[in-house]
Design a protein around this ligand. Sequence first.
Ligand SMILES: [Zn+2]
Ligand SMILES: [Zn+2]
Length: 365
Amino acid sequence: MTEENHGINLTFDAADEYRPEAPPPPEIPAWKNGSTRIGIHTSIAGDLSGALEIAHALGANALQIFSSSPRMWVRGPSRISEADATRFRERRKALGLGPLVIHDNYLINLASPNPVLRTRSVQAFHQEIVRALALGADFLVAHPGCCMESGADAAVASIANGLKQATRGLKLDGLEILLENTAGQGTSMGSKFEELRAVLDASDLPLGVCIDTAHTFAAGWDIRTAEGLDRTLQAIDSTIGLERVRVVHVNDSKTHLGSRVDRHEHIGKGRIGLESFGRILNHPQLAGRAFILETPIDKPGDDRRNVAALWKLRGVVIPVNGARDGMKPRRKKKSKVRAHGNVSRRKTAVKSSPRASARRKSRGK
Ligand SMILES: [Zn+2]
Ligand SMILES: [Zn+2]
């Protein structure tokens, strides 16, 4: 400041006028900075925040979880306590993990023509949204459901309506619901991109889409070659619109092209192959998407190896040594059939701890 400015100045300065403070701009999550986001479905067995530690320790910077047991109907409200939710949000922020994707319960079927099952599904999906909001999730991935005997058209209306009922009274507040494409097993909806589009059109919610590589391949899209991948992305773009694809589930496939059977395999060990995943992870039309693994864990360290494999395809080398901090392998079923066809089930059941079974249940698909 110079000497002259110390004099008293009584002239009106517009800058001194009182103005109410403008509201702060909405905080843009750090993960939306355009950086590569690679995540893995991690277990919440025991502790929700533990999933964050696992993902971080594995070298992931994004993650997917179930917010409750994925193969059980939760009785009564299954809210997450304020304290647990706060701890989770703070830890997630500190670790810089994002996006946070929540996968819905496998039993939910909004397409069901059975009124009891449908009502239960709507209630359960409502609870999914409540928990996703509590945890500050970015995306909630939902399987469209199985139409059973009702047919695709009725199912589309049922899903759109079910989503509307499930969101009633809730402010989505940045949470985006994503419909996942499926392998087309049985009467499951969503193996055709047109079916997903029909639900998007029938719904007044801002829905997005999650594309699963193994499901896409099993549904008949040959993403193994550069031309095949381009054709597939073009088909997605002309039906759904690629901008609505927010998350890619990156899984290799145990089953062959068009098998309509959903079996995930380690990256590069299945029928899609490593080279194809290199093209998927670096495709300009998929830039900015979160790539989330839902690969099996057969041996300790499989989770870490799959995360490292995706990073490597993006030109980043992370250590793969040491299986510490990762998830425990799924126990192999000991279904020894004896000479008289006697299956020693009981022994297996006794040996399997509740923790191990919870871990098995909470592993992603
Ligand atoms: Zn998936
Ligand atoms: Zn899924």
